[in-house]
Design a protein around this ligand. Structure first.
Ligand code: ME8
Length: 520
């Protein structure tokens, strides 16, 4: 049995009613970065992503295209799966809600909730947003100047009236409020928690959890005229993938409750209100944390398939490369807040932070080792206060990064690492090892060793955000696979002198604008 602490992390499962947009890729990249960080920090990580394939939105999109929902899935799901290799995602599983394992699991959780007395049949009449796949109370809607009624997310709502099963959500109001109070870290960031607490404090209505007017969904056990409300089925994906309803399944025992559901801020209510209530009703524990990240805007506008201003995430990777794309979004956008991006902003980060600050520092210091020391990593002599100072900063990065990542502040973890990169550049310039070559070669060796040791620690810490490039940097200084974990950070471990390293190759290409075609 492994002694590692388990860590279960998930993304939302996307609706494949179109191809993936940058918002989907952003969520996947951020979640992947957290998963990789935890793995390198010694956790036994399980990372799940997938697609949410039922519901009226999927059905209507298919109908509009003149195809069946199954054909719509065949068209779009491959693109969601292709995000894995394109963005270098390290997910352990990819769940599709049309899979047999999931149908079984959704019906099982329904039966448990029913057995607990939380499900009853009645008639629903109220507002429904197909785009959000959400029911809204009348006082959450507004009517715009074109006389269209909109839900709180700005999407149109329609009047629904049909026989429906209900979940006794109202019975869980106090339990939820007590739970939020006892677990202040359950909903993050704080602004999201406040929203949810105020929503729940305002009173909870029982929730309609089945539909009869279409059939693209999972049949309700014992009453197949009803299909489950898509969110009952969607949320259940997180336990299906661990083997539910088999609660003795190895994965379930090890990984439930989940440590972290990473989702967008628009779907906090489903995860922080409905989901814990469903789980309690079924006799299961709620997840430990729900993190609602912000929205990405391209030139200031929210991207969505329905609005049509989607920027193809695969195109970004082709243009800038996977690691620069990952780095840009995770460094530039404060995780939890909205962010925007543009070509200029990406190129700026790529050239300034990656090619100049980190890439040049590695290239200049390692090529000096290559040229002046025949590629032999030097053994340091006595350390000067300047060497001690930069090493202390490098040794301090892990604690700062961990602290930031405790609250999913990915941008702060990266800022802490790049602050050391900036300081290492100042150190390198001030020590001027190229000048020491003639005057004090022993001192030059110490400066080059110190710089290489800082680069080693930076590269190890850069792996979660840029797995490929950081790996290449570690290859340059011959760090073996077993020494790439965070246990080698913080000063208890040092780069050994005497290694024969290859001549460095550039790891971070500079972005150069393609030349305009010559006139004439
Ligand atoms: O909500 N910027 O699916 P979805 C950042 N199937 N994130 C964005 C975004 C943007 N512009 N647009 C969407 C669903 N997202 C459900 C989830 S989970 C059991 C079921 C995020 O395809 C969004 O917030 O509409 C969500 O977390 C994810 O992308 C999938 O959105």
């Amino acid at each position: 049995m492994s002694a590692k602490t388990p860590f279960y992390i998930t993304t939302a499962i996307a609706y494949p009613n179109g191809v993936p947009h940058m918002g989907h890729a952003y969520e996947a990249i951020a979640t992947d970065c957290i998963a990789r960080f935890k793995r390198l920090d010694g956790y036994d990580v399980r990372f799940l992503t997938g697609t949410d394939e039922h519901g009226i939105k999927m059905l209507q999109t298919a109908q509009k295209a003149g195809i069946t929902p199954a054909e719509l899935l065949d068209r779009n799901v491959p693109a969601f799966k292709a995000m894995g290799p394109a963005f270098n995602l390290s997910n352990d599983d990819f769940i599709r809600t049309t899979e047999e394992r999931h149908i079984k699991s959704s019906q099982a959780i329904w039966e448990r909730m029913a057995a607990n007395g939380d499900i009853y049949k009645s008639t629903y009449s109220g507002w429904y947003s197909v785009r959000d796949e959400a029911y809204y109370a009348e006082d959450e809607t507004t009517v715009n100047d074109q006389n269209v009624r909109l839900g709180p997310q700005g999407t149109p709502v329609e009047w629904v009236e049909e026989e429906s099963y209900f979940f006794r959500l109202s019975a869980y109001q106090q339990k939820l409020l007590d739970f939020y109070a006892a677990n202040p870290g359950f909903i993050m960031p704080e602004a999201r928690r406040n929203e949810v607490v105020s929503f729940v404090s305002g009173g909870l209505q029982d929730l309609s959890i089945s539909r009869t007017t279409f059939d693209w969904g999972i049949p309700v056990p014992g009453d197949p005229a009803h299909i489950m409300y898509v969110w009952v089925d969607a949320l259940t994906n997180y336990i299906t993938a661990l083997g539910y309803p088999d609660q003795d399944a190895e994965l379930f025992k090890k990984f439930w409750p989940a440590d972290l559901h990473v989702i967008g801020k628009d779907i906090i209510r489903f995860h922080a209100v409905y989901w814990p209530a469903f789980l309690w009703s079924a006799g299961l524990e709620p997840p430990k944390r729900v993190f609602g990240h912000g929205f990405l805007f391209n030139r200031g506008e929210k991207m969505s398939k329905s609005v049509g201003n989607v920027v193809d995430p695969f195109g970004l990777v082709e243009t800038y490369g996977v690691d620069a794309t990952r780095y840009f979004f995770l460094r530039e956008v404060s995780f939890g807040q909205d962010g925007s991006y543009s070509h200029e902003a990406i190129v700026n980060r790529m050239n300034a932070d990656l090619a100049n600050d980190l890439g040049n520092l590695a290239q200049r210091s390692l090529s000096m080792i290559s040229k002046n020391l025949d590629g032999m990593v030097p053994t340091p002599g006595p350390l000067s206060p300047e060497d001690e100072a930069i090493l202390a900063l490098a040794d301090g990065m892990l604690a700062k990064a961990r602290e930031a990542m405790e609250s999913q502040a990915i941008h702060q973890y990266l800022a802490a690492v790049w602050a050391v990169v900036a300081e290492a550049n100042r150190y390198f310039a001030a020590q001027a090892p190229w000048a020491l070559r003639k005057t004090d070669p022993a001192r030059m060796e110490t400066v080059l060793w110190t710089t290489a040791e800082v680069i080693r620690q930076v590269a190890i810490l850069a792996q979660p955000v840029m797995p490929e490039s950081a790996g290449k940097m570690l290859d340059l200084i011959l760090v073996p696979e077993a020494e790439r974990g965070f246990h080698t950070l913080g000063g208890g471990f040092r780069l050994q002198g005497g290694l024969q390293i290859p001549a460095p190759v550039g790891v971070f290409p500079r972005y150069v604008e393609p030349e305009a075609p010559a006139a004439g």
